[in-house]
Design a protein. Structure first.
Length: 731
């Protein structure tokens, strides 16, 4: 309930809609903003017509006292529950968003950002756990409240309800249900059997036929406390949608190491284990406070009997973090939350998949990690907003965080965290091991404030510098090399060309190599129409990166991986590389000649300007004019010299290097070898360029020496004092 800042008679009440009273609460009118389920309202103290409302869709602004509202503010505000991924390439992230659909979205795209066209709804509803068929990522399972469980075939746009028990519980208290399904009930596949799908009510259920039938493989694994199973709400109205059901299984998982080793945790504080696929169960509840909600269970990927559990008691007014681990199948437990502040209650815990003892924890107010199996924790906040972390997932060297109010965040490379956790950063300079990178298109960017930030693309090289002295004589360089140590690209702090400039700062640095070999030669003012001067992409294979500060160097190896979607063979890649490299080299040869032409013309122009206006040295002037005519013809054949803006090629026909650069663009669109017609055109254009370069070379080798000899014979001064302007020919 909110009071107007200017009038004591105006009162607002937040609900699914929101209500406004102008008579102190005697009567109310109903209003809606852009979304339902309103949580908060801010009214400007100096102007009560200026308001901000917060709801399950984000935040909106009004300047007329709530009569009209803006669209959502320009920030990601979705409220997500659980997060999982699939085995598609690139892998996709699956989440359920409060008061909206479930979503699946690629973690990276071949474009410049991750936009709305990359998102799509999937199985289940707003509160769902989601599970994706391990062998077919187009088949997705998702839940919601009322025990609702669906199977979605994205390939064929087919939907099917496969509820474990399809009795509609609406309006009933939990005591009347055969199975009590929490609105956020677990759904997960066995890591050992891709046909085995589990879900949980107050029992654990399994299907091996895609939900056509279910088998119950556990007794009631909750306290089944009758005092917690009555209708919700009252005394005026009740709210029995099954959202408020308790004594349910809230977290469950099968060990990735041991087949049929099942861990189950309830929202009323019990942990059970089965080592025979549900044939028998053992209560292994830690000695923690009563009525703990088991929010997350993570079987240890490195120890058969290991498991980690995150619990919460915030509904009881206890905001302490509760993290526990066992190494002996739950016989003994150790609390492991040292370093996490008391008010940061824990929601999720996940294990690193490559480094034993490296853990990640999501809390109500941020992220933490432990490098010593939970004995101590440190913040892993970085640029992540202070926000509830509802779930975590580790996939392909990435850490994914679902948040309650700021959407999904992702760390692209966990290698630096692993090396830091191992204590490897103990010197003034450190080059981290780059993660293997896919040879695919796409790059970092955000097309708008409503789009997601894309993977940066290329090879990410992280390095640490304890100190950076920008005045130091020693240059800091980062060089990418073949496996044999042959240089591909070198970037440095003192590089003159912008494209080769390396920017560094004290502390952590990241540089992204776009996997390309050096570009073709360019020149100032160059305008090409749909023509690429980019070097070819590096081939899939082994490479090195070298970081140097003066003579102090460190080297790491990495692999460029083939895009698994590409049908191209090694031979195809090599043919494409050789073709594009030959095109690039011919463009460079032609553009280098153009630069020489510009330089020679500038010198001749300056020399001619110093000659008298009269007929003195007329023979020299004629030779200069003849030379200029020849090299101008060469330049105009190679490049459209009339171009000044990007639209000029619409009026002035493009020339040879632009045509060749266009061929470079076309061949580089995919991973395919050049077509036969592309080879034929390259050879034709190359032959024409060679003819003009031959003309230029002849002029430089024969006519230019003759001109210089003539100048020497006539003893013309190269440097003359400028006496009067009228005696000189203007440039």
């Amino acid at each position: 309930i909110y009071a107007d800042t200017k009038s004591e008679d105006v009162v607002y009440v937040m609900n699914v809609s929101y209500f406004r009273s102008k008579d102190g609460g005697k009567s109310f009118d109903r209003y809606r903003s852009q979304h339902s389920d309103h949580h908060d309202l801010w009214i400007a103290p100096e102007d009560s017509r200026r308001m901000i409302i917060a709801d399950d869709g984000g935040a909106q602004v009004s300047f007329d006292g709530g009569e009209n509202w803006s669209t959502y503010m320009n920030q990601p505000t979705a409220q997500f529950y659980r997060v999982t991924t699939d085995n598609h390439f690139p892998y996709r992230i699956y989440v359920a968003q409060q008061d909206n659909s479930t979503l699946r979205i690629p973690h990276r795209t071949s474009g410049r950002s991750i936009g709305e066209r990359d998102w799509e709804p999937t199985a289940g509803g707003e509160s769902a756990h989601l599970a994706v068929d391990p062998e077919d990522p187009e088949i997705v399972y998702g839940g919601s409240y009322d025990g609702f469980l669906t199977r979605v075939d994205h390939r064929n746009q087919l939907f099917r309800a496969i509820n474990v028990w399809p009795d509609n519980p609406m309006g009933h208290g939990a005591e009347g249900m055969k199975y009590r399904f929490q609105w956020n009930f677990p759904i997960f596949f066995s890591p050992h059997d891709p046909d085995k799908l589990y879900t949980a009510s107050n029992h654990l259920h399994v299907t091996t036929n895609e939900g056509q039938s279910w088998k119950t493989i556990s007794p009631d694994l909750t306290r089944n406390d009758s005092t917690k199973l009555g209708p919700s709400g009252g005394p005026i109205t009740k709210d029995n949608t099954s959202v408020e059901y308790y004594c349910t299984i809230f977290a469950a998982a099968e060990s990735p190491r041991v087949k049929d080793l099942l861990w189950v945790g309830s929202d009323d504080g019990l942990v059970h284990i089965s080592q025979d696929g549900g044939g028998s169960w053992e209560d292994v509840t830690p000695g923690w406070p009563e009525w703990m909600m088991v929010n997350c269970i993570e079987p240890d990927p490195f120890n058969d009997g290991g498991c980690y559990v995150a619990g919460t008691r915030y509904k009881l007014g206890d905001f302490k973090p509760y993290l526990y681990k066992t190494k002996d199948y739950g016989k003994t437990w150790t609390q492991i939350n040292s370093g996490i502040p008391d008010e940061h209650f824990t929601r999720a815990i996940r294990c690193d998949q490559e480094m034993e003892g490296l853990l990640y924890a999501g809390t109500e107010t941020g992220m933490y990690y432990s490098a010593n199996d939970g004995r101590s924790w440190e913040a892993l906040q970085m640029n992540l907003p202070i926000v509830p972390i509802t779930d975590l997932a580790v996939k392909q060297n990435n850490l994914i965080a679902a948040t309650q109010g700021r959407s999904v965040w992702l760390i692209d490379d966990l290698n630096p965290i692993r090396e830091a956790a191992q204590g490897k950063i103990n010197q003034e300079m450190h080059l981290f091991q780059p993660k293997d990178s896919y040879r695919m298109r796409g790059g970092a960017g955000r097309a708008s404030k409503t789009s997601g930030e894309n993977h940066p693309g290329g090879v990410m090289a992280y390095f640490y510098l304890d100190k950076v002295d920008k005045e130091a004589e020693e240059e800091i360089t980062l060089q990418f090399l073949t496996a044999k140590g042959e240089s591909i690209r070198k970037f440095g702090t003192k590089a003159e060309e912008k494209a080769n400039k390396l920017k560094v700062e004290e502390g952590s640095n990241r540089f992204v190599w776009n996997m390309r070999y050096p570009d073709a030669e360019k020149f100032e003012g160059m305008v090409l129409w749909w023509g690429s001067t980019s070097g070819p992409l590096a081939l899939p294979g082994e490479y090195q990166v070298e970081l140097c500060e003066g003579d102090d160097c460190q080297t790491q190896s990495f692999t460029i991986l083939k895009d698994p979607r590409s049908p191209s063979s090694d031979k195809d890649f090599q043919e494409q590389f050789a073709f594009m490299n030959s095109v690039k080299e011919k463009i460079t040869e032609a553009h280098s000649a153009i630069q020489d032409i510009k330089d020679v013309r500038k010198q001749m122009k300056g020399f001619k300007a110093r000659l008298p206006k009269d007929s003195t040295y007329q023979d020299v002037k004629d030779v200069v004019a003849q030379m200029d005519s020849v090299i101008t013809k060469v330049e105009e054949a190679l490049y459209q010299t009339k171009n000044r803006s990007n639209q000029d090629p619409l009026n002035f026909p493009i020339r040879l290097t632009n045509k060749l650069a266009h061929l470079n663009s076309l061949t580089g669109l995919g991973d395919y070898p050049p077509t036969e017609q592309a080879k034929e055109l390259r050879d034709e254009l190359g032959a024409e360029i060679d003819d003009w370069l031959k003309t230029f070379t002849q002029a430089m080798d024969e006519e230019l020496p003759a001109l210089n000899q003539l100048i020497r014979e006539q003893q013309i001064d190269f440097i003359r004092r400028k006496v009067k302007d009228e005696d000189l020919i203007k440039p």
